[in-house]
Design a protein around this ligand. Structure first.
Ligand code: GLN
Length: 303
């Protein structure tokens, strides 16, 4: 089936889910988003971009940012981050404190909040400003200079972010942060508050489908490192529904509570879908249905 036809099928499959589910109301400014929106983009390695729905509406990338921060840390210093963070699925909610305490301050993986805080801490140490480094990458790869972090969303999360603060302090109590705790928390909420469209995010993530090669032909990750980032996305990118997601979609992917999901089809391209209403584990319900249908009707799948 042609990509555009598969996108139409995906939108149809998602329609019953659009607007149904909860918003990330623990971040007050995300609770104000209209949940009836839906957009999807397929960007292929050969430069073609197919879009449907609200593909050019900006939304809060939230945890999708964690793929890019992990990438930048791995690009800078290879495997060292795994001395501080594991790479196993957590089977627990993304903001769980219990597991971190039981496992003496070593987060299960870099995509749950505790692990992402450690990655951001490391990126901040390495670059002097984690969000600037992240923004540079997102702007360069998306081709949009005005991709920035939304200060209102960051402030909103900071004010309500008691669990994030608790996780950061717990990490610090186990000696697993290098930078001052407040700096790490500020950088983390700011990285999550980047505002991007499906089109921009798909283009920004395309290097993960191109064995680590950026839009200008230079290499950010080695092919081996890219394979590994994709593997961690497959096993941990959708938190405690990673098994269900792999079963239904079968692609490495990262979701965020803004309702976006970025999925990688190695050597083919990237799918990015957005619809704000979330299913029970914090990933977009309509996005999951759309990707399920897309991989069913197109042959864009890894399995
Ligand atoms: N900023 C959000 C948080 O820390 C990100 C969570 C997510 O997108 N899963 O809770």
């Amino acid at each position: 089936m042609q990509i555009m036809d598969a996108l139409v099928r995906a939108q149809e499959a998602a329609a019953p889910e659009v607007g149904h589910g909860r918003l990330a109301n623990y971040i007050p400014s995300l609770a104000a988003v209209d949940p009836r929106q839906f957009g999807m983009v397929i960007a292929s390695c050969d430069g073609q971009v197919h879009v449907i729905g609200d593909a050019d509406v900006r939304f809060s990338v939230q945890s999708i940012s964690k793929v890019f921060t992990l990438t930048l840390v791995v690009a800078a210093e290879g495997e060292r981050i795994w001395e501080r963070v594991s790479r196993e699925p957590s089977g627990n909610p993304f903001n769980s404190l219990l597991q971190l305490d039981q496992e003496v301050g070593r987060p299960r993986n870099p995509f749950i909040n505790a692990g992402a805080l450690v990655v951001t801490d490391r990126l901040h140490s390495l670059t002097g400003n984690a969000c600037e480094a992240l923004g540079d990458l997102l702007r360069r790869e998306s081709g949009h200079d005005d991709v920035v972090s939304d200060p209102e969303v960051a402030r909103s999360e900071l004010e309500a972010g008691h669990r994030t603060s608790a996780l950061a302090h717990l990490l610090a109590s186990y000696g697993n942060l290098e930078c001052p705790v407040d700096q790490v928390i500020n950088q983390y909420v700011a990285q999550c508050a980047f505002s991007m469209t499906c089109r921009e995010l798909a283009l920004a993530g395309l290097f993960l489908a191109r064995d680590g090669v950026l839009a200008d032909g230079t290499r950010l990750l080695s092919a081996r490192q890219t394979k590994r980032v994709n593997a961690v996305m497959l096993t941990c990118g959708t938190y405690d529904s990673a098994g269900e997601f792999a079963y239904r979609v079968g692609l490495p992917a990262k979701s965020g509570v803004g309702g976006g999901i970025l999925a990688i089809i190695p050597d083919r391209g990237v799918a990015c879908v957005w619809s704000p209403a979330l299913g029970p584990t914090g990933s977009s319900a309509a996005g999951l249905a759309a990707l399920d249908a897309f991989t069913t009707y197109s042959d864009w799948t890894v399995f």
